[in-house]
Design a protein around this ligand. Sequence first.
Ligand code: GLN
Length: 288
Amino acid sequence: MNTRQAIEWAGTELSGLEDPRLEAELLLAYVLDCDRSRINAYPEQQLNHHEEQRYRVLIRRASRLEPLAYLTGKKEFFGHSFLVNRQVLIPRPETEELVELALQKIEKHGFRRILDVGTGSGAIALSLAAESPAPLTIDAIDKSVMAIKVAGMNRIRIRPAHEDTSVNLIASTLDAFQGNDYDMVVSNPPYIPSAEITALAEGVREYEPHLALDGGTDGLDIYRLLAKRLPTILADGGICLCEVHSPLASETAELFKDSCPGSSVTVHKDLQGRLRIIEISGVRRLLL
Ligand code: GLN
């Protein structure tokens, strides 16, 4: 089988996908360890037996809607290639906007101590470390030990911009974090209401970890916990930035207003115009 035949065969196998040809090409490029452009430039190139077998297995998995990132084990986020597996959520482009906003805050306010709640692959924490010209101390927590392992592999690949920056990866829930003084708390927590999980796209529902998606009955479990804890973990003048489920943006904002006395809450839209990032500032510090 040559590359042209391989792509044609895969294209029909993947007819249930949104863009079968693209997926077929990307997977073949992955198997042949080359650029996608090369595939079309050399249509007569023969696949050896081993390559053909690997390609067939991957195409079969892709036809069952397994996400490309899990098939290749990698996902591009904020200009860096993150390792991913089914223990972690695949980082999403919307979350890059949270990183962008967080970097602006770091620069504007001279923030240094950051907490990332539910770090997963480490996408947010490691992108901040890689992009901030100023040194940061980042604690990145996740209750999943397996996720922390993935973040650990990414910490080796994605280096901080400043040599004094440290990223501490901790398998823990938020409960262990009280009486701290972080300048900024960032989070992209699970926020899908439990009953809506079944309505998610099949590729998400069947392959991504529910721990990273399911936000409890009303989708707000982690925000509720976070709102309760913010007065004891955020330094004076600190800011919290969280991604939110856009249909629940106003409920999430209300929750923070109610639980964090003195705070002001702003909701930012993403590039698609959806309410996406919630910013909480002016939280009155509660000394323990
Ligand atoms: N913080 C990670 C990300 O944004 C994981 C988020 C999650 O698992 N809910 O990709």
